[in-house]
Ligand binder design. Structure first.
Ligand code: SAM
Length: 212
């Protein structure tokens, strides 16, 4: 994500009703935020929120939470909600390193990672969102029979993500190295902003669905 500081974005985020500000205090109580018992699905590193907004629009019976580190990027998702609000979508501005402080055991039914930052240097491997260190965090709050779905066009990052699974105690339910030509896995696929950009350049999209 190319980052431009957007003046005023922090203030807009701070005042937005679509952003949950005391996220650590909501641990174990996210159903109250939505006022129902529906499943909770989260996207970590959602960028401008194109994917999660469309998922929430298509699936009103599921609650969605989009997590993004930067206000300047999250601002775009908030603006979309200002134009056309959805009751089943909320956002958190935070670094996902703290995510296990935000959700309680079994509180999340599904996790999406889309086009996560690759952090190409070996010494930064722990910062990659599909790393074994992050899988250990997700393990603390993803429902026991829940799934995590990861898409990327970055083959190096994807190979790394697949290699992490046995060590982290996760298993693959499905893997493809060319999602858009995999009839079964592409059914119902909602494209992310990065997916549109990179697939239009001819890059194949890798995807896995994993569980423990
Ligand atoms: N998921 C979107 C898509 O597919 O179009 C955006 C992809 S963009 C390459 C990755 C996004 O993840 C960026 O907006 C970045 O700020 C966010 N991100 C990266 N590491 C993060 C972290 N530790 N916590 C929260 N957000 C993070």
């Amino acid at each position: 994500m190319r980052l431009k500081n957007v003046p005023g974005s922090r203030e807009v985020i701070a005042e937005s009703e679509f952003v949950i500000h005391d996220e650590q205090k909501q641990k174990g109580k996210w159903k109250n935020i939505f006022g129902n018992e529906n499943e909770i699905h989260i996207e970590i590193g959602m960028g401008k929120g194109k994917f999660i907004y469309e998922m929430a629009r298509r699936n009103p019976g599921i609650n969605y939470i989009g997590i993004e580190k930067y206000s300047s990027v999250l601002l775009r998702a908030v603006q979309k909600m200002q134009q056309e609000p959805l009751p089943n979508l909320k956002f958190i501005r935070m670094d996902a390193e703290e995510i296990a402080e935000v959700f309680a055991e079994n509180e999340v039914d599904k996790i999406y990672l889309n086009f996560s930052d690759p952090w190409p240097k070996d010494r930064h491997a722990k910062r990659r969102l599909p790393s074994k260190e992050f899988l250990a965090r997700y393990n603390q709050f993803l429902k026991k029979d829940g799934f995590l779905e990861f898409k990327t066009d970055n083959r190096g990052l994807f190979d790394f993500a697949v290699e992490q699974l046995p060590e982290a105690g996760w298993k693959a339910k499905a893997v493809t190295y060319d999602l858009h030509h995999n009839e079964e896995m592409v059914a119902g696929n909602v494209m992310t902003e990065y997916e549109e950009k990179f697939s239009s350049m001819g890059n194949p999209i890798c995807k896995y669905i994993i569980y423990r």
